[in-house]
Design a protein around this ligand. Structure first.
Ligand code: CP3
Length: 346
């Protein structure tokens, strides 16, 4: 099974002559075929909860580009919704949720093991994908990490500095800790079910880890990641786990050991040379081309892609962007990146 799945080989620690490649947000608005399917589904959440159409948009970038990995199409905010929060998306602005800032609101949430009825369509999407993906393509499930999910549940929307979540953590630790624990337990149950449905790898997105300072980073990013990973490893010892504590900076050096993840995904805030010296000796790394190259393209894209491939060639590496591709990206630039990584152009 693993032999022709290059992502699984890299995650097992193998140094490959060409790094496998996939891209965060590879199914998304930069692709005309995504926009067409999304229009058919109606709004974004209807697309997430429609297994046939969610599987279709997941497969689109695989057909177009032949990526080595395929990430389930869903969203990190489906877990809060399954716990009972209201969730909707405002066009051009992003997600909105009912907020959790009091003990009463916290106690009104559902228990962690009550999420599965709501999330059943997501597990169905995973089952469809595990049947339909090409055999060399690795199916990646995912969830948000507790801190990042909590920042949205507390503020009710995305916030530039995660101020409301920091305030609740400092002013009402009892409610904050209860919320973090609920999300942690729900995430374990959710990923367990994705794996049972056919996910071969799971990734934890801690997109706002970088706003946690000092010991807060250890307590609210690293520690919940470690708990989730150790619970999943106890149930599924052979399923590799990628952790993405975005904005970790120098702390990336310690995170394979501290979280137990098989692979640490790296953003574009650190150089590939630094990653090769300080992070890759600890295990597989994923990353880290600036996503703006998918908008601007040209020689700079080619040079920077080659530089990352070369810098990380001496250890296990999965090529990816440092963060998700943006809707204004040019699909041609994605092809140029892939051809450059695989050495099939120029
Ligand atoms: O990567 C993939 O291709 C898989 C699907 C995926 C989506 N969201 C689809 C999506 C994944 C892995 C996510 C993760 C996610 N969602 C994160 C963590 C990763 C990161 O980017 O930091 C976060 C913070 C969210 C929450 C979220 N979802 C926001 C803030 C937004 C609005 C921003 C925007 O671009 O409009 C979303 C919406 C969203 N999630 C879209 C997609 C394709 C765009 C919705 C649309 O089609 O209109």
């Amino acid at each position: 099974m693993t032999a022709n799945k290059t992502i699984l080989r890299a995650l097992a620690g193998e140094t490959l002559p060409t790094p496998p490649i996939w891209m965060m947000r590879q199914a998304g608005r930069y692709l005309p075929e995504y926009r067409a399917t999304r229009a058919k589904a109606g709004d974004f959440l209807s697309l997430c909860y429609n297994p046939e159409l969610a599987a279709e948009v997941t497969l689109q970038p695989i057909r177009r580009y032949g990526f080595d990995g395929s990430i389930l199409f869903a969203d990190i905010l489906l877990v809060p919704q399954a716990l009972g929060a209201d969730l909707w998306f405002v066009t051009g602005e992003g997600p909105r949720l009912s907020t959790i800032t009091t003990k009463a609101e916290m106690e009104a949430l559902k228990p962690a093991d009550a999420i599965h009825d709501h999330l059943a369509p997501i597990y169905e999407t995973v089952r469809i994908l595990s049947r339909e993906l090409p055999e060399e393509t690795t199916l990646i499930g995912f969830a948000g990490a507790p801190w990042t999910v909590a920042t949205y549940m507390i503020a009710g929307k995305g916030t530039p500095n995660q101020g409301p979540a920091h305030a609740l953590k400092d002013e009402n630790p009892e409610v904050f800790d209860a919320l973090m624990e609920r999300i942690t337990l729900a995430t374990i149950e959710y990923l367990d079910m994705q794996i049972k449905a056919g996910a071969e790898v799971v990734k934890l997105f801690d997109s706002w880890a970088g706003s946690l300072q000092g010991t807060d980073f250890d307590r609210y990013s690293t520690e919940p990641l470690r708990q989730i990973i150790s619970a999943l490893k106890a149930r599924h010892p052979d399923v590799p786990i990628i952790a993405f504590p975005r904005g970790a900076g120098a702390r990336f050096a310690n995170l394979h050991a501290a979280t137990g993840a098989d692979c640490i995904a790296i953003d574009d805030g650190v150089s590939a040379e630094w990653v090769a010296e300080h992070v890759q000796p600890n295990g597989c790394v994923q990353g880290n081309l600036k996503s703006s190259h998918m908008v601007t393209g040209g020689d700079a894209l080619v040079q920077e892609t080659r530089a990352i491939v070369d810098a990380l060639a001496k250890g296990p590496h999965i090529f990816n962007l440092g963060h998700g591709i943006t809707p204004d990206a040019d699909p041609e630039n994605v092809q140029l990146m892939i051809d450059t990584v695989r050495g099939t152009r120029g």
